[in-house]
Design a protein around this ligand. Structure first.
Ligand code: SF4
Length: 379
C-alpha cells in the first residue's frame, strides 16, 4: 500500500470504499476545481452519509428517483429485446452505419458467473479480437464490462451497448428514457448522457491503448437512443463528446495526482464517522463539519444537481458571503472578487479598490447608480 493509499484510507475511516459507476465518474467533471470533492471521491468516502451526519442530508437532485430508474430500465429492456433489433434498425436508419449482418453478444455473465473481473477479461478478449480482425465485424456487445483507473483505484463500468461495425470503429450507445421531441431534448439530460458516454469511451480508449491498438478505433461520437415524441418507439442521434472526454481526462489526471492535494491537509484529518451498529455516528456533528471545512471547496449552484455535499457547501459558502453562490454568470462578471460583501463595499464606496479592481468597481458603481435611479423613478 502506498502512502497516498494509506492517507486516503485514514480520511475515509473504517468503512470500505464506495465503488464508482459511470454516473459518479461523470459527476467528477461537474466541478473540476473542487478539492473537497476530488479528495473524498479518491478516498471512496460516502459523501451522502457524511453530509447527513454533518446535519445536511443529501438533496434529491444529486440522486436519481426510483421512478426514473424504473422507467429507464423498462425502456432499455424494450430497445434491446429481440437481439437488439431496435438498436440495429436505428444504427442502419438514423446513424447510417452499414451493418449488413449483426450478431449480438450478451456479456452480463461469463459461464454463469457475474464476477466483474471475469466479465472484464471476456469483454477485453472479444473487443481486441474484433479490433484485430475487423472482417468479423458487426457485433453488438450488450452489457460489456469496462475498467478505468481512478486515482489509483480500479473502477468497473458497464455501458448500455457497444456496437462495432465494418468501417472499423467502435461506437458507444447510450440508451436513455428521456424523450426526444421534434428532434430536441432537455439540454441538461443530454449533457449528462454525453458525459457518461465519454466515461465509457475513455475506458475503451485506455483498453486499446494498453494493447497498442490506435485510439482512433473508438469513435468520439456517441449514439444516443431515446424515446421519440412521447411514444415507446426509439430514435437515435449522434453526440460529439470530444469536449467531455477532454474535461474528464483532465479531472482523472488530477485524481492521479491526489497526493499533492493530500499534502495540504492537516495531519491526522479524518472523516471517519465511527458509525455504530444502528448507523448513528460516534462523532458530534460539529466535529464532522469541521473536518469537512478543513478541505477547500468551490461551491457553485450546479453542485445541487451533482454532489451529495451540496447543502453543506452551500451553507458554508453563504455564511462566507461567497460570490459563487450567485451562480457562474455572476461569478464571472465579478471576476477577482471573492465575496458579496467586497462587491457591495466597492459599489457603495465604503472600500477603496486596488489597482486591478478599478474596472469592476466602475461597473458596480454604474450598475448601482442605475438601480438607484430606477428605484427613485418607481417611488
Ligand atoms: S457540493 Fe461541495 S464538495 Fe461537492 S462539488 Fe460542490 S463544493 Fe465540492
Amino acid at each position: 500500500m502506498t502512502s497516498v493509499d494509506a492517507r486516503l484510507d485514514q480520511l475515509r475511516g473504517s468503512v470500505p470504499p464506495l465503488s464508482y459507476t459511470a454516473r459518479t465518474v461523470a459527476a467528477l467533471a461537474a466541478n473540476p476545481g473542487c478539492s473537497r470533492r476530488a479528495v473524498l471521491d479518491a478516498a471512496g468516502a460516502d459523501k451522502a452519509k457524511i453530509a447527513e451526519c454533518a446535519g445536511f442530508p443529501q438533496q434529491s437532485g444529486a440522486s436519481q428517483s426510483p421512478f426514473a430508474l424504473r422507467r429507464g430500465a423498462v425502456f432499455e429492456a424494450e430497445v434491446k429485446s429481440g437481439g437488439g433489433a431496435d438498436v440495429i434498425r436505428l444504427l442502419r436508419e438514423k446513424a447510417g452505419l452499414p451493418l449488413p449482418e449483426v450478431s449480438h453478444a450478451v456479456l452480463e455473465e461469463v459461464g454463469g458467473s457475474a464476477d466483474l473481473e471475469l466479465r472484464w477479461r471476456r469483454t477485453r478478449a472479444l473487443l481486441l479480437r474484433a479490433a484485430r480482425h475487423p472482417d468479423d465485424a458487426g457485433t453488438l456487445y450488450d452489457h460489456p464490462m469496462l475498467r478505468l483507473e481512478i486515482g489509483g483505484h480500479r473502477a468497473y463500468l458497464e455501458p448500455d451497448v457497444i456496437a462495432f461495425q465494418a468501417a472499423g470503429r467502435f461506437h458507444v450507445i447510450e440508451v436513455k428514457s428521456f424523450a426526444l421531441i421534434d428532434g430536441q431534448a432537455d439540454e441538461e439530460s443530454v449533457q449528462a448522457a454525453a458525459l457518461q458516454a465519454a466515461v465509457y469511451i475513455i475506458a475503451l480508449q485506455d483498453l486499446f491503448a494498453a494493447e497498442s491498438v490506435p485510439a482512433g478505433i473508438v469513435s468520439t461520437d456517441a449514439i444516443l437512443v431515446t424515446p421519440e415524441d412521447f411514444t415507446p418507439r426509439a430514435t437515435a442521434a449522434f453526440l460529439d463528446v470530444r469536449k467531455q472526454i477532454a474535461i474528464l481526462r483532465r479531472q482523472l489526471a488530477r485524481m492521479a495526482r491526489i497526493g499533492i492535494l493530500l499534502e495540504g491537509l492537516p495531519p491526522g484529518l479524518t472523516l471517519d464517522l465511527r458509525l455504530g451498529p444502528d448507523g448513528t455516528p460516534g462523532r458530534p456533528r460539529s466535529e464532522i463539519a469541521a473536518a469537512l471545512e478543513a478541505i477547500d471547496a468551490r461551491y457553485v449552484p450546479r453542485c445541487l444537481k451533482t454532489c451529495e455535499l451540496a447543502a453543506f457547501c452551500r451553507d458554508e459558502a453563504r455564511a462566507a458571503g461567497a460570490v459563487s453562490v450567485l451562480g457562474a454568470a455572476a461569478r464571472d462578471d465579478l471576476g477577482g472578487l471573492d465575496t458579496i460583501g467586497t462587491a457591495l463595499a466597492l459599489a457603495r464606496g465604503t472600500r477603496q479598490p486596488s489597482a486591478d479592481q478599478a474596472d469592476i468597481t466602475w461597473a458596480l458603481r454604474h450598475a448601482m447608480s442605475i438601480a438607484s435611479a430606477l428605484e427613485g423613478g418607481a417611488a
